[in-house]
Ligand binder design. Structure first.
Ligand code: SAM
Ligand code: SF4
Length: 323
């Protein structure tokens, strides 16, 4: 799959639910409403779609949400996708808030998952509860520990939030270093309405990097994880620091992905409304019709996002298209 700017699409972010057991302030509104369950693709439809995507050159799928591990029986889906690994399809990964990891880590590994991203914005229990509105830090830390023991490589995702966790970057880097986890910092993006005033929360990671460099030896790394992060090797510790900078440094030239919502709506870009609806096509049209719809999406895939923090770029939240 190649878009009209010559970018090859090999990576899919697949949201399996927009629901979540947390309500992180930068991501969702307190009174978030969710899509009706009957509108979601069922697992057979997701697997059929995945087979088309793999046939068209997709090498990696990241399951996300909402919280992927709150979708009922999601492990069945993960096993099905895991069984496709090999012959040009390289990996199934997961981005999770970690609340359900303790119960699922071993099965994830058994299903073929080898790497996961866990979102963790603070190591302070009260602050964590405040940011997530209903999360328990202990539960997530326990999940992370179980995942690492089960053999999953863990990368921590931390949103950089001015006035919220901007005094914790050193602590988080040290915590990750002690456990062998890579850490990726993320700039907040204006997706969907939330109660928080996003311009007030925004922190440029260029500034954070400058501050971190006062204490840490950070050497630019050639490592690429297939996503938009730029990486730095951290001292002698063997871990990497990644920066995802949608606001301060655009990375769209190298975009290699499309995003699929749990309803089968496929988006060309996180920051635009451009989309094709695949659910009815999957139900009635078959693989050739899916192919044609994907071609329409690729022909119209936007060149780049352009965000203005003061107003949402899209009505949909990150939890619909998945981070
Ligand atoms: N629930 C899972 C989790 O939290 O990891 C997966 C879905 S969540 C939407 C994926 C990632 O998106 C998380 O790392 C989260 O911090 C990030 N995220 C959510 N809202 C965001 C926003 N407005 N701007 C930038 N990143 C955001
Ligand atoms: Fe849920 Fe993830 Fe959004 Fe937090 S960032 S509310 S955990 S989907």
């Amino acid at each position: 799959m190649i878009d009209s700017f010559g970018r090859r699409i090999t990576y899919v972010r697949m949201s399996v639910t927009d629901r979540c057991d947390l309500r992180c302030r930068y991501c969702m509104s307190e009174r978030m409403t969710f899509m009706p369950r009957r509108d979601l693709l069922d697992f057979e439809e997701i697997v059929a779609l995945t087979d088309v995507l793999i046939a068209r050159g997709v090498r990696r799928i990241r399951l996300t949400g909402g919280e992927p591990l709150v979708r009922r029986n999601v492990m069945y889906l993960i096993e099905q996708l895991g069984s496709r690994i090999g012959d040009g399809f390289d990996e199934v990964t997961l981005t999770t808030n970690g609340t359900q990891l303790a119960a699922n880590a071993e099965q994830l590994f058994a299903a073929g998952v080898r790497r996961i991203n866990v979102s963790l914005d603070s190591l302070d229990p009260q602050r964590f509860a405040h940011i997530t509105r209903r999360g328990k830090l202990d539960q997530v830390l326990n999940g992370i520990e179980t995942a690492a023991s089960a053999g999953l490589a863990v990368k921590i995702n931390m949103m950089a939030l001015a006035g919220v966790n901007d005094d914790e970057f050193h602590t988080m880097l040290a915590w990750c270093g002690a456990r062998g986890f890579d850490l990726t910092l993320i700039e907040t993006m204006p997706l969907g309405e939330v109660e928080d005033h996003r311009p007030e929360r925004y922190l440029s990671l260029q500034d954070v990097l400058a501050e971190l460099r006062q204490r840490w030896m950070l050497t630019p790394s050639l490592h690429r994880s297939g996503g938009p992060a730029r990486y730095y090797d951290v001292g002698e510790g063997g871990i990497r620091l990644g920066l995802i900078t949608p606001m301060s440094q655009n990375f769209c030239d190298g975009c290699n992905r499309i995003r699929i919502a749990a309803t089968g709506t496929v988006y060309g870009c996180l920051g635009h409304e451009q989309k094709v609806e695949l659910r009815e096509i999957l139900r009635q049209g078959g693989p050739a019709a899916v192919d044609a719809a994907l071609d329409r999406l690729l022909a119209g895939k936007p060149q780049r996002h352009s965000f203005d923090l003061a107003q949402p770029a899209t009505a949909r939240h990150m939890s619909v298209t998945g981070g």
